[in-house]
Design a protein around this ligand. Structure first.
Ligand code: SF4
Length: 249
C-alpha cells in the first residue's frame, strides 16, 4: 500500500493548546475541502520533501508514492535525531488516507510515539477505522461564512461525539475571519456543547491573511466572539497561528 506525502519535518506546533511543543509533522497530500483561507498545497506532489535537520531549510526529496515501511522508517529516523513530543498527522486531509494510516499508526504506536491528528472534523467513517490509534484529535469546525464552502455541521457533531465515545482527547478549533456570521458561530458553539459536552475546549483561531483572502478579523471582533462563545462554553481560548509569526514551517 502506498500514499502521497508532501512534507515530513520537525518543528514547533504553532496552533491550538499544544502550541510550542516540538512535533514531527507528517503532511499528507490531497484534501476534499477548499477553504478560502487554505495555506497548504493540497495537490498530489511528485516528491515528498523531508527536512532532516530542523530549521536548516535543506530538503531531501523522496519519490511519491511512498510505502508504509518507507514512511515509518523516515519518521523513526528523524524522530531519533530530534526531540518531538508527538507525531502530528496533518494535511491536506490525512483521513482521506485512513487505509494507509491503519497500517502506519500501529507501527508508530509500537515505538511508543504519541499520535496527534489534525483533521477537518467531518470524515466520520474514516476516523472510526483508526480512532483506537489516536491520542489527540485537533478538530476543525468549519464555518460556511469563513471557508466559503457549504457548512458540514451534522458531520462535525458525529465526529466530535465519536471522539467522546472512544474517550479520545479532542479539542475544537474555529477559524474566524472578518466575514464570520455571528449566528453561525453561536450555532457552532451550541453544537459543540451538545455533541462534545460543556467541558469541550474551543480554540478561536483568527484567520491569517492568505493568498485568496485578507479578511483578517479585528481585535474588537475577536473579543466580542470570545465573550459570546464563552456564554455557551466556559473553556474558550484565542490562539493565532504562531508559527506564521516566526516564519517557521
Ligand atoms: S481542510 Fe485544511 S487543507 Fe483542506 S482546504 Fe481546508 S484548510 Fe486547506
Amino acid at each position: 500500500m502506498k500514499t502521497y506525502l508532501s512534507e515530513i519535518f520537525s518543528s514547533v506546533q504553532g496552533e491550538g493548546p499544544y502550541v510550542g511543543e516540538r512535533h514531527l509533522f507528517v503532511r499528507f497530500c490531497a484534501c476534499h475541502r477548499k477553504c478560502v483561507y487554505c495555506d497548504t498545497n493540497t495537490e498530489l506532489t511528485d516528491y515528498c520533501i523531508v527536512e532532516k535537520q530542523p530549521g536548516s531549510g535543506e530538503f531531501e526529496q523522496i519519490k511519491n508514492a511512498m510505502s508504509v515501511t518507507q514512511v515509518a522508517d523516515v519518521i523513526k529516523e528523524i524522530d531519533a535525531k530530534t526531540r518531538n513530543s508527538r507525531i502530528s498527522i496533518t494535511g491536506g486531509a490525512p483521513l482521506m488516507q485512513s487505509r494507509f494510516l491503519l497500517k502506519l499508526l500501529p507501527i508508530l504506536k509500537s515505538e511508543g510515539l504519541s499520535i496527534y491528528l489534525e483533521a477537518a472534523g467531518d470524515l466520520v467513517k474514516e476516523l472510526k477505522t483508526i480512532i483506537e490509534w489516536i491520542d489527540i484529535v485537533a478538530m476543525d469546525i468549519k464555518l460556511e461564512s469563513v471557508t466559503e464552502e457549504k457548512a458540514t455541521f451534522p458531520a462535525h457533531w458525529q465526529f466530535l461525539k465519536l471522539c467522546r465515545d472512544y474517550n479520545v482527547e479532542v479539542f475544537t478549533k474555529l477559524v474566524v475571519s472578518a466575514n464570520t456570521d455571528e449566528s453561525e458561530l453561536l450555532s457552532a458553539a451550541k453544537g459543540i456543547k451538545k455533541a462534545g459536552g460543556e467541558d469541550t475546549l474551543v480554540i478561536i483561531q483568527p484567520m491569517t491573511k492568505a493568498e485568496k483572502t485578507d479578511a483578517v478579523p479585528s481585535v474588537e471582533q475577536i473579543f466580542r466572539w470570545q465573550d459570546q462563545v464563552s456564554s455557551i462554553l466556559p473553556n474558550v481560548r484565542v490562539i493565532p497561528q504562531t508559527h506564521k509569526m516566526l516564519e517557521m514551517l
